[in-house]
Design a protein. Structure first.
Length: 149
């Protein structure tokens, strides 16, 4: 710390914490979790906008012995729901849609029974009656194209 209160040493400020580097304490901790079968995924640590650690750990498919790699495509299932809800509610707040609108008023690709009867509120509240097939939740995708399909 410099003599003036509140002014951190610029060299100290930019110094990457050693525990965050590859092979550091955090990397070893996550690798141990993966080895114990308690974590599978990708970790990215950044320090002042610079990537410090970017590594894959664990298995994409334990039964088939497929390791997670940099190109592994993940199905995020419900992880995106809160972000979608916020975006939709912002559109409603802007007057660009109403929660009572039917999904068919804004989206294509649904059968008439869904498009004309299910509202945006139904979708947001989980009361639409629609579900994701179980095989897609457990599936390991081999490419981005396969995920998009």
């Amino acid at each position: 710390m410099n003599a003036e209160i509140g002014n951190a040493d610029p060299v100290e400020h930019d110094r990457i914490p050693p525990d965050t580097r590859p092979g550091g304490a955090y990397d070893r901790y996550v690798a141990r979790l993966a080895a114990e079968g308690r974590f599978s995924g990708v970790v990215l640590l950044a320090h002042h906008g610079r990537t410090v650690l970017s590594r894959s750990y664990g298995m994409a498919d334990q039964e088939k012995g497929i390791h997670i790699g940099g190109g592994t495509a993940f199905t995020l299932s419900s992880a995106g729901k809160p972000f979608n809800a916020v975006a939709i509610l912002q559109l409603a707040q802007q007057g660009r849609l109403r929660l009572t609108d039917h999904v068919g008023d804004h989206l294509t690709g649904f059968g008439r029974d869904v498009a004309d009867n299910v509202t945006i509120h139904h979708m947001l509240s989980g009361a639409s009656g629609l579900s994701t097939p179980d095989e897609d939740i457990q599936r390991v995708f081999q490419s981005r194209e396969e995920v998009h399909d």
